[in-house]
Design a protein around this ligand. Structure first.
Ligand code: ATP
Length: 272
């Protein structure tokens, strides 16, 4: 378990094609306590993945600092496991070798890798599929392999970037349930990117609703709902209504700000 601290994070990307800078994240500060499950929620392009990538150490902030477990993040590390939208498995390796891939890089012997992988294969419910190859797996099963691979190094923090976005509704619900069970068992800190309000409310202990670009924290909401979450319950729907209103306001604001540009563009078009 580890805490995560984002302090006054800004991120500017250089848009080389249009020869301009793009402010993607603007002064974001967030504290995630150990064993919290934080969902980052916001519209497309608001900077969710950028924030996650800065915690992972894949991106460096332009300003501000990121610490995990009190240590500044200056690159990827084994204390942080990452799960992506696509599992990115190695097609030539069976399930157990994909799960234990990091141990192969570390030079572990085959028998030791195989034994280490089994615990996590069992945890994600893939018993019996150890020797299947990625092409023989469904989307949900592939994501299970990706989660087992991230868990194997026993990371303090798990970072998940829309890992269930491509799954059908039933598989998604099953995976959400399993993820909560794993989080409760492993007692790790999770940061989970999603654009689904329902998903954030089913999973999180906290939801950070981000503004449209540039990303800022519009509101940090604590969810003290009992588990398993009752998606038809009054409290769930009160939170949902509130978050949807925030998102709607953000959308209206964005359209308002976009208008002068589009009007100018159409004036230019008319003049041409
Ligand atoms: N490497 C990059 N170079 C230039 N611009 C980038 C880069 N990465 C992200 N951006 C821009 O930063 C903004 C935030 O992108 P990001 O992917 O973090 O958003 P997001 O909220 O995760 O979006 P989505 O939900 O669509 O995945 C976007 O405008 C995007 O175009």
């Amino acid at each position: 378990m580890a805490s995560i601290e984002l302090k006054n994070i800004t991120k500017i990307f250089r848009d080389a094609k249009r020869k301009r800078d793009l402010l993607a994240i603007d002064d974001v500060s967030l504290s995630v306590e150990p064993n919290q499950f934080l969902c980052l929620l916001g519209s497309s392009g608001c900077g969710k993945s950028t924030l996650l990538n800065m915690i992972a150490g894949f991106e460096k902030p332009t300003g501000g600092s990121v610490t995990v477990g009190g240590k500044p993040v200056d690159g990827p590390g084994a204390d942080r496991g990452m799960v992506f939208q696509q599992a990115n498995l190695m097609p030539w390796l069976p399930v157990w070798e994909n799960v234990a891939f990091h141990l192969r890089l570390k030079g572990w012997r085959k028998a030791d890798r195989r034994a280490a992988a089994q615990e996590y294969i069992d945890m994600v419910g893939l018993q019996g599929f150890e020797n299947h190859f990625p092409a023989e797996l469904s989307g949900g099963m592939s994501q299970r392999v990706g989660i087992a691979r991230a868990l194997l190094l026993n990371p303090q923090v798990i970072l998940m970037d829309e890992p269930f976005a491509a799954l059908d509704a039933q598989t998604k619900m099953d995976m959400q349930e399993e993820l909560v069970a794993i989080w409760q068992k492993q007692r790790c800190t999770i940061v989970f990117v999603t654009h689904s309000v329902d998903e954030a409310l089913v999973l999180g202990t906290q939801v950070a609703v981000l503004t449209s670009r540039p990303g800022r924290v519009r509101e940090l909401i604590d969810l003290d709902l009992p588990r398993p979450r009752d998606i038809t319950g009054q409290q769930f729907n009160d939170h949902k209504r509130h978050i949807l209103n925030l998102i709607r306001e953000e959308g209206m604001q964005q359209r308002k700000e976009a208008k002068p540009d589009s009007m100018a563009a159409s004036r230019q078009g008319a003049a041409a």
